[in-house]
Design a protein around this ligand. Structure first.
Ligand SMILES: [Zn+2]
Length: 303
């Protein structure tokens, strides 16, 4: 199993712009070669700029064109450093102390990295659950599903509404029909068994997330609970200030992304960088771009 490398192993790329470029080229985040988009001649790389070899053309292009580094005031090696520190779960305040970068810069890049990974979250095409596997579902507008297995595969999506029609369609699509579904008492779920034929237990949360029921076949008393989802939400909620609910969905996606990439998470982050071009591709959320534009006062560039 390959783990995230230690800070020491990556330190050289965080400390030198040249090493960072070389590293990003190796990882195919940045190009080594480029054809001139204007005249299709080859271009030569001088430092961080590609120049067209054809004299008459004079086309110049930054190596960072179409990357999240383009137009940023923060040196790209320091951006990678913030990304790494975020991956290893260093808190904002500690990143500030550790790197000496401004809080605004750190906030901005953390936001970009979160958007980046949530954008790259691989949608689970296959269904979760399976024969007798318990799948917990949550009718909150985030539409979380969790498999109660050691892997605890989970996925989330935003649903347009919480009507039975919408929810049951999603359940049919994403949950294996032989699973056992646990949900709360939301009325949208009441026809899971009659419409989809999937075993279903509704649990009254007002009774402390557990419910006792008698198994009709064996007569045994069974206790059901939906603590798994509740526990996940507690983790997610504890990480964000209560008022910043608008970031809740991103936080949830980041949480899932981390679980989908349990090994070398820095490498996984680099893969996201390779796949995703510009910040403007990430999201319709224009605040990030606005913030990038207005951050000219940041004293982060170290010379
Ligand atoms: Zn050219």
């Amino acid at each position: 199993m390959i783990h995230t490398p230690s800070y020491r192993e990556l330190q050289r790329i965080f400390e030198s712009e040249a090493q960072a470029i070389e590293y990003l080229q190796e990882k195919e985040v940045l190009s080594k070669q480029m054809k001139c988009p204007k005249c299709n001649q080859s271009m030569t790389l001088n430092n961080t700029v590609f120049d067209c070899v054809k004299r008459a053309c004079r086309k110049r292009m930054s190596i960072f064109t179409n990357t999240i580094f383009y137009g940023a005031n923060t040196p790209y090696n320091r951006v990678l450093e913030i990304g790494y520190l975020w991956i290893i779960e260093m808190k904002h305040k500690s990143i500030k102390t550790f790197t000496g970068m401004s809080p605004t810069t750190i906030t901005r890049w953390l936001k970009i990295f979160k958007e980046l990974v949530s954008f790259n979250l691989e949608e689970e095409h296959q269904q979760i659950g399976g024969q007798d596997i318990i799948v917990e579902i949550d009718e909150s507008k985030f539409g979380t599903r969790v498999e109660r297995t050691p892997q605890q595969k989970m996925f989330a999506m935003i649903v347009e509404d919480r009507s039975a029609d919408t929810l049951l369609k999603q359940i049919e699509k994403h949950i294996h029909p032989e699973s056992v579904i646990y949900s709360d008492m939301w009325k949208g779920y009441q026809n899971i068994y009659s419409w989809l034929g999937i075993q279903h237990h509704a649990i009254n949360h007002s009774q402390g997330f557990t419910m006792k029921d008698t198994n009709p076949v064996t007569g045994e008393i069974q206790v059901y609970h939906t603590n798994t989802i509740e526990a996940h939400w507690q983790v997610i909620k504890s990480k964000i200030p209560p008022r910043e609910c608008r970031y809740l969905f991103t936080e949830l996606l980041v949480f899932i992304w981390k679980r989908q990439n349990p090994h070398d998470q820095f490498e996984a982050l680099i893969r996201c960088l390779r796949r995703t071009a510009k910040i403007s591709d990430l999201t319709n959320n224009t605040d990030i771009i606005e913030e990038m534009k207005t951050s000219d006062n940041d004293q982060t560039r170290s010379h």
